[in-house]
Design a protein around this ligand. Structure first.
Ligand code: FAD
Length: 581
């Protein structure tokens, strides 16, 4: 366990959790002269944020403006209102729009955090008014992790699936170029590999790239910026409860190093400790069934909803408790968590069916809508869509990746791990034999494939309009005509992979106001308590407006919370402290 200095037990602000939102709030609080402590339950910092894509959805951002992009507060609000519908709180949405772009401008100007605009990454609902075909998602630049010095081993490691060849860092923009096989992609791969190989000095220390990308870059650059400010981060420190002074939250109780400590927060406590996705009991209580913590693509064991339960215990209101940031996942033996299937569903030639052999959704749909459709179909079909099956043929297998399977032209079946056959993927010479192996209705599957092969020829998916909008086509193969998301399945062998109804975090949590303060049922804030990220009910309601729709708000409300705390006239004098347990 990393030793931390426990001589100081009183701070202006205590932040619970070390995801990107939590660290952003700590950074902005420190920059306004407040003393800040971050406590983190795990022996690694960064949470799910560190293994994520690190993308942030920031409407009206300055990067897009700098390349001549056209966005505006009005257009962004029009889109957000349409996306969030009845679940959108106009005041919180306004606070988000007012603060997201200033937050990232200030953060990048005053820290090691660096972003670039993903100018062609479309909003997830291109059919809605105010949607843009690109420019609102920002993608982290690479970060040199040698700058983390002694804090490098404590950084949560990214999933190998996010690294080229399991070890080389690349931005989401580069990964997309390679996946979509856009012009010059082979040259790009060559350059990335050469850069990695020629870094002889770092090669002697580690087989992993010196650079971090995606969420790892975001978290590493935030951590380095907090080190510059001497903000302490205590690992292995488990938040257990809040301390109260009357009805005001004035500190927290933590377990660390075999002891229980009381830590005082003179100004405020900020909960940034993630959702409850790793708590099977809470999943069964709140989420649609069936549900499993093991289907979640988040790090196991940490985000168990401690802050949520502590907040509810002192009267906080909650919202959206039956929602998650859904994403289908594939379990891989030996890996600590399953892998999210974000992009590959849109590649031409893979279809998804229930055990009746029927499609039920546009496979290229955003991941939240995809799993939502799985649950809806599961209800309609009396339990036949959770899990579902992604089916593809030999041509797809040769050309494209799916989950942990690299294209066969790079890693043929003979070089796949033996234990993956019949656990990660199933394979047969005919569709009928494949259907038998996985318990899918063979006639249903044959009918579906026949239909889809016809759609591939005409380019029009008459059932689900796959490939009919700019978002679907973003992950399609631009070399495939007439529809980059549709190709026939007709070349054996045939393959199947199991898709679970997974998530990348829960969406419901403590209800907050436009200042990120936790509120009671009557809307009154609980003094001294703020919540950001997935332990708060999402400002996005049940929607996922674009890539970065979870981290963008987490960081923005982190910034808002820090500003609100710093602007309070004076710290309340602490009187008697009461521990709830
Ligand atoms: P976390 O980042 O999980 O941080 C919570 C921290 O709190 C953890 O470190 C945890 O250990 C700690 N903690 C929990 N309980 C306690 C306790 N009792 N005491 C102390 N500490 C505690 N979202 C995007 O917006 N853009 C993307 O590109 C993106 N890509 C993703 C890719 C993948 C593969 C995955 C899995 C997710 C992705 N997401 C993305 C989702 C995003 O990562 C999460 O929604 C986000 O990280 C949640 O942030 P958070 O701060 O709420 O939680």
């Amino acid at each position: 366990m990393t030793a931390h200095d426990q001589s100081q037990s009183s701070y202006d602000v205590i932040v619970v959790g070390s995801g990107a939102g939590a660290m952003t709030s700590a950074l902005f609080a420190a920059d306004q002269g407040l003393s800040v402590l971050i406590v983190e339950k795990s022996d690694k910092y960064g949470g799910t944020s560190a293994i994520s894509g690190g993308g942030i959805w920031i409407p009206n951002n300055h990067y897009f403006a700098a390349i001549g992009g056209q966005d505006s507060p009005e257009l962004s609000m029009q889109y957000l209102k349409a996306a969030t519908g009845e679940h959108g709180d106009p005041q919180r949405l306004q606070a988000y729009l007012d603060n997201a772009a200033p937050m990232i401008k200030k953060l990048t100007a005053s820290s090691h955090v660096r972003y670039a605009v993903a100018a062609k990454y479309p909003d997830y609902y291109p059919q809605l008014p105010g949607a843009l075909p690109g420019g609102r998602t920002l993608d982290p630049e690479l970060f040199d992790t040698s700058l983390l010095a002694e804090e490098l081993p404590n950084l949560r490691k990214p999933s190998p699936s996010t690294l080229l060849m399991g070890r080389i860092a690349w931005t989401a923009r580069d990964a997309h170029k390679a996946m979509a096989r856009s012009f010059g992609w082979q040259w790009l791969i060559f350059k990335l590999m050469a850069r990695y190989k020629l870094d002889f000095k770092w090669r002697r220390k580690s087989k992993y790239d010196r650079r971090a990308a995606l969420g790892s870059s975001l978290v590493a650059s935030l951590r380095r910026s907090l080190m510059d400010r001497n903000v302490p981060l205590w690992l292995n420190t488990d938040f257990q409860d809040v301390l109260l002074d009357g009805d005001r939250v004035c500190g927290i109780k933590v377990a660390t190093g075999g002891k229980v400590l009381e830590l005082k927060a003179r100004r405020a406590v900020i909960f940034g400790s993630g959702g409850f996705e790793q708590n099977q009991t809470l999943r069964e209580k709140y989420l649609p069934q069936p549900t499993r913590a093991s289907w979640s693509a988040t790090p196991p064991g940490n985000n168990t909803g401690a802050a949520l339960e502590a907040g509810m215990h002192i009267g906080a209101a909650t919202a959206l408790m039956d929602w998650a940031w859904w994403a289908p996942t594939i379990a891989v033996p030996g890996e600590e968590k399953p892998r999210g299937v974000f992009a590959e569903r849109a590649f031409p030639g893979a279809i998804v069916v229930n055990s009746l052999g029927r499609r039920f959704v546009n496979e290229a749909a955003p991941y939240l809508e995809f799993v939502d459709a799985m649950y809806q179909d599961n209800q309609k079909t009396d339990g036949r869509s959770v899990p579902s099956w992604v089916i593809f043929d030999g041509h797809f297998r040769h050309t494209y990746a799916m989950g942990p399977l690299m294209p066969a032209q790079v890693v043929p079946d003979s070089r796949l791990r033996k234990e993956w056959l019949n656990t990660v993927y199933w394979k047969a010479d005919s569709l009928e034999a494949l259907a038998m192996q996985i318990g899918v209705d063979a006639q249903g599957l044959a009918n579906t494939v026949q239909k889809v092969n016809g759609y591939a020829q005409s380019g029009v998916d008459l059932d689900f309009e796959r490939g009919a909008n700019v978002f679907d086509r973003y992950y399609g193969d631009s070399n495939v005509k007439p529809n980059p998301c549709l190709a026939p399945l007709r070349k054996g062998p045939y393959y199947a992979m199991r898709l679970d109804a997974g998530d990348i975090g829960t969406k419901g949590g403590l209800l907050t106001n436009r200042h990120a303060q936790v509120v009671r049922e009557d809307g009154q804030p609980i003094p001294g308590l703020y919540a950001i990220g997935n332990c708060s009910a999402s400002v996005m309601g049940t929607s996922y407006p674009g890539a970065g729709g979870t981290l963008g708000p987490a960081m923005t409300f982190g910034y808002i919370a820090a500003n609100h705390i710093a602007s309070a006239v004076s710290a309340p004098a602490s009187a008697k402290v009461r521990v709830l347990s």
